[in-house]
Design a protein around this ligand. Structure first.
Ligand code: ADP
Ligand code: MG
Length: 701
C-alpha cells in the first residue's frame, strides 16, 4: 500500500458534535485556503458562514443527525474548485473526506485509505480488519493504547487480543460476512489485552465496507479507550509491586521460556532474555516438583490450573510461590502455557506465626473476655472473632468486613481519634486506645483496643492485628469508687467527730445526773471523772481546731533547732518515764524556716509522742536536722514497733489509731500543718525495727 501518494490528494476533516475542527490535514486546509493551525478548535460555520447557504450545510447536518454517510459534490469558493465530499458519522464526530473529482472513482478499498494518513496524529485507534478477522491496518495509536507496534499486529487475528468474555460478541459482529445477524455498522464495548498484561476497555465504532458486488469485504473500526488508562497502568504497576507477582510463558515442547522481570526478581536472579527450561526447574524444591509438573499437565489438558510450591534461591532463602497456569493458543497456531506467579512467602510466614500463637491466644482471650481482629490493609478485609460480634451486638452476616463497617459502630465523637490512632499505628507504633462505641443504636460502651501492625520486607503495612475488650463496667466501677472515696473521708471525719465527742458527752450527762443525788465524797470522785471527759473533748476539739485554719496565721522566720529543743524539753519527763532516750543532732548553720511557731510545735509534739508510744519497753529516739535542697530536713527515727506495709497507707487517715486511748488525729493534723507550710512528710517503717519520719520544710527567703 502506498499511503503517501494517495493521501496527498485526499483532504480529511474531523468535526466534533459542536462542529469544531478536531482534525484537519494539510490538503483539506489547502482546499479551504487556510492552514490546519488556523482551523483547529474553531467552529466550522463560524469560520465559513457563507457555507450555510450551500449544499454542504444540509448534507453534513443530515449525516450527523440521521447517522448516515453522505456523498455530494460542492464548489469551494475559497480555492475555486469542485470537490467531492464524503462524510461518515462516527460516534460523536463526523469524519469528512475531500477528493478532487478525478479521484472520485477510486475503489472502496482506496477510499478507506484516507484514514491511513490522518490517523497517525489521531488519538483514537483506527483499524481495518478483513472478513477472517485479521488486522489489515492499524493506526499508530495502537502503540500508546495497547503497547504493540503496528508491524507486530498487522496480519494477526483480532480475537487473540480480546478478553475471553468479549470474544463472542466480537466474533458475531466482525466475522459475519453473510449479513446474517449483525448490522452494517454499530458500536460495541470490549476489552483488549495490553502488551504488558492488563485489559483496556474500548468503545468500538465499526462499519462494514462492501466490495463492488455488495459483499462485505472489510471492516473499519474506530476505537476509543474508555478506561482511565493512566489509572489502570498505575494500579497495575502498584499491584505488581504490592502483590509481588511475576509471569512466564512457554510454547509447548520448547526448551526455553520467557520470564517477566518480576519473575527473575522473585527467584533472586538477574534478568535474561530467555530461560532454559532445565534452569527454570532447578530452584523448585524437589519435593514440590511433581506437584508443579502435574499442574502444567492439567493446564495443558483442561486449560487452567493452580499450584503452590517452594523455591530455594541461590542464597538459600526459601520462598513460597503460588502459580496460576493457563493454556493459550498463539496466533501461529502453537499452544503455549503461561502463568502468573505470586510470591506468598510473607503471607505464609504470618500464617504460620498466627497458627502457632492461635492456640495460646484463644485461651488467653477466653480468660480475659477479649475479642480479636485482623485487618488486611491492602485488601481492606476486616476479620472479627466471634467475641467481637457479641460485643458490638452485631451479626456476622450483616457485617461488611471492611474497616468502614467498623467505623460505623464507633461513637461519632471518637471516630477522628480512632482513625488517627489507626493511622499512627500503621506508620509504626502500638495501638493502645480507649474509645466508645454505640450498640443497639443508643447504648454507649467503652472499648479498650491494643493492636500491632505487621509489615512486608519493604516496610509497607500488611495487616493490623489486635484485641478489643469491653471495659464499660470497669470504668463505671472506677468512677463509683472515686466518688465513694471522697464521701468516705468526709463521712468518716463527721461520723468520727460525732462518735468521739458523744462518748464523753454521754458520760458527762450520766455523771451530771448522778451528781444531783450524790454525797460530797462521790461528788468529788464524779467530778474528777467528768474533768477527764472534759479534757478528752478539749483534746479532740483542740486537735481538730488546728485543721480549721486560724484567720490570721503569722508565718515568720524561725529556727527549727530552737523549737525542737523546747518540745524535747517539754516531753523529756514523759520519755524518761518510758525509758526512752531522746537525742537531738543538728547540723550547724541551718537556714531558718518560714513557719507558724505553735503549729510546728504541735507537729513535733505529735511526732515525738507517737515515737515514745511506739517504744513501750524503751529505746532511743534520734531527732536530727540537716540542710536539704531549698530548706531543712528533720528526721524522727525511733526503735519502736514499726508499722506494717498494709497499714502504712492508712497513716494520716482521720481517726486511724491502733492505740486504746488514741484519737487517730495526730498524724492527720500534722500532715495538714506541714502542707500549709509547703513542706512534705514521709513515713518509712519496718515492723519490729522502727519508724523514721522525714519532714521537709522550705527555708525562709
Ligand atoms: P494516735 O497517736 O492517737 O493513735 P496518730 O494520728 O498520732 O494517732 O497516729 C495514728 C497511728 O499511726 C497510731 O495509732 C500508730 O498506729 C501509728 N503510728 C504513728 N506514728 C508511729 C510510730 N512512730 N511508730 C509506730 N506507729 C506509729
Ligand atoms: Mg499520736
Amino acid at each position: 500500500m502506498n499511503r503517501v501518494e494517495h493521501s496527498a490528494f485526499i483532504g480529511v476533516i474531523i468535526l466534533d458534535a459542536g462542529w469544531h475542527y478536531t482534525y484537519i490535514n494539510e490538503y483539506a486546509a489547502k482546499i479551504l485556503n487556510r492552514t490546519p493551525d488556523e482551523l483547529l478548535g474553531k467552529v466550522a460555520w463560524a469560520e465559513f458562514p457563507a457555507a450555510i447557504r450551500y449544499a454542504c450545510y444540509d448534507q453534513l447536518h443530515k449525516a450527523f443527525k440521521n447517522k448516515v454517510e453522505v456523498h455530494f459534490e460542492e464548489y469551494i469558493k475559497s480555492s475555486n474548485q469542485w470537490v467531492r465530499v464524503s462524510a461518515y458519522p462516527f460516534g460523536g464526530s463526523l469524519h469528512i473526506a475531500l477528493h478532487k473529482p478525478d479521484f472520485a472513482e477510486i475503489s472502496s478499498l482506496l477510499e478507506s485509505e484516507y484514514y491511513l494518513k490522518y490517523t497517525e496524529n489521531f488519538q483514537d485507534l483506527i483499524t481495518v480488519t478483513s472478513v477472517d478477522g485479521k488486522f489489515r491496518y492499524l493506526s499508530p495509536a495502537i502503540q500508546p493504547l495497547l503497547g504493540y507496534e503496528v508491524d507486530e499486529m498487522v496480519g494477526t487475528r483480532i480475537l487473540t487480543y480480546c478478553h475471553s468474555d468479549d470474544t463472542e460478541i466480537l466474533r458475531s459482529i466482525l466475522m459475519d460476512e453473510n449479513h446474517a445477524t449483525a448490522a452494517d455498522q454499530g458500536m460495541i464495548t470490549c476489552r483488549f489485552l495490553h502488551k504488558k498484561g492488563w485489559y483496556v476497555w474500548f468503545e468500538k465504532n465499526y462499519k462494514w465496507m462492501l466490495d463492488e458486488d455488495g459483499k462485505r469485504s472489510q471492516i473499519l473500526g474506530i476505537w476509543r479507550d474508555i478506561t482511565e488508562r493512566k489509572l489502570v497502568e498505575e494500579r497495575f504497576v502498584q499491584a505488581q509491586r504490592l502483590g509481588q507477582f511475576g509471569s512466564f510463558e512457554r510454547y509447548l515442547n520448547d526448551e526455553y521460556c520467557i520470564w517477566s522481570e518480576e519473575m527473575y526478581r522473585i527467584h533472586g536472579l538477574d534478568p535474561l532474555d530467555s530461560m532454559a527450561l532445565s534452569e527454570a526447574i532447578k530452584p523448585i524444591v524437589s519435593d514440590d516438583r511433581d506437584k508443579v509438573a502435574l499442574a502444567f499437565e492439567t493446564a495443558i489438558q483442561v486449560g487452567i490450573s493452580e499450584v503452590e510450591y517452594r523455591i530455594v534461591r541461590n542464597d538459600g532463602e526459601v520462598r513460597h510461590l503460588k502459580s496460576q497456569i493457563e493454556r493459550v493458543i498463539r496466533d501461529n497456531g502453537r499452544t503455549a502455557v503461561r502463568g502468573l506467579i505470586h510470591d506468598i512467602t510473607t503471607y505464609k510466614q504470618i500464617e504460620t506465626e498466627l497458627k502457632r500463637s492461635k492456640a495460646n491466644l484463644e485461651i488467653a482471650q477466653e480468660i480475659a473476655g477479649l475479642g480479636h481482629y485482623d485487618w488486611d490493609v491492602i485488601r481492606n478485609d476486616l476479620y472479627w472473632s466471634d467475641e467481637l460480634f457479641v460485643l458490638f451486638h452485631m451479626r456476622r452476616e450483616y457485617f461488611g468486613n471492611t474497616i468502614e463497617a467498623f467505623f460505623n459502630a464507633v461513637h461519632p465523637d471518637d471516630t477522628v481519634k480512632v482513625k488517627e490512632a489507626i493511622r499512627d499505628s500503621l506508620h509504626g507504633g502500638l495501638l493502645d486506645l480507649v474509645y466508645r462505641i454505640i450498640v443497639n443504636e443508643t447504648e454507649v460502651r467503652m472499648i479498650h483496643t491494643m493492636a500491632k501492625t505487621t509489615y512486608d520486607e519493604w516496610g509497607r503495612p500488611l495487616r493490623l492485628f489486635g484485641t478489643m475488650q469491653d471495659i464499660t463496667i470497669q470504668k463505671q466501677t472506677e468512677e463509683l469508687l472515686r466518688k465513694t472515696e471522697k464521701l468516705n473521708v468526709a463521712g468518716q471525719l463527721a461520723a468520727g467527730i460525732a462518735h468521739e465527742i458523744r462518748n464523753p458527752l454521754t458520760a458527762l450527762k450520766g455523771f451530771a445526773k448522778l451528781m444531783c443525788q450524790a454525797n460530797e465524797e462521790s461528788k468529788l470522785r464524779y467530778f474528777q471523772i467528768m474533768q477527764e471527759e472534759f479534757n478528752r473533748i478539749e483534746l479532740i476539739l483542740g486537735e481538730l481546731l488546728i485543721l480549721a485554719k486560724p484567720q490570721v496565721v503569722a508565718f515568720k522566720p524561725h529556727d527549727t533547732k530552737a523549737i525542737l529543743s523546747e518540745v524535747i524539753e517539754l516531753l523529756n519527763t514523759e520519755a524518761i518515764m518510758s525509758d526512752v532516750i531522746i537525742e537531738l543532732d543538728c547540723e550547724p548553720d541551718l537556714p531558718l524556716v518560714k513557719c507558724e511557731r505553735n503549729q510546728l510545735k504541735q507537729v513535733f509534739v505529735n511526732m515525738i509522742k507517737n515515737a515514745i508510744e511506739a517504744m513501750p519497753n524503751g529505746g532511743g529516739l534520734d531527732v536530727s536536722v540537716k540542710k536539704a535542697a531549698g530548706g531543712v530536713a528533720l528526721y524522727f527515727a525511733d526503735q519502736g514497733l514499726g508499722i506494717s506495709e498494709e497499714r502504712l497507707p492508712r497513716i494520716g487517715e482521720p481517726f486511724y489509731t491502733t492505740k486504746e486511748k488514741g484519737t487517730g488525729l495526730g498524724v492527720m493534723v500534722s500532715f495538714a500543718i506541714i502542707d500549709e507550710h509547703q513542706g512534705h512528710i514521709e513515713y518509712q517503717s519496718k515492723l519490729g525495727v522502727g519508724t523514721t519520719v522525714l519532714i521537709q520544710l522550705p527555708a525562709f527567703s
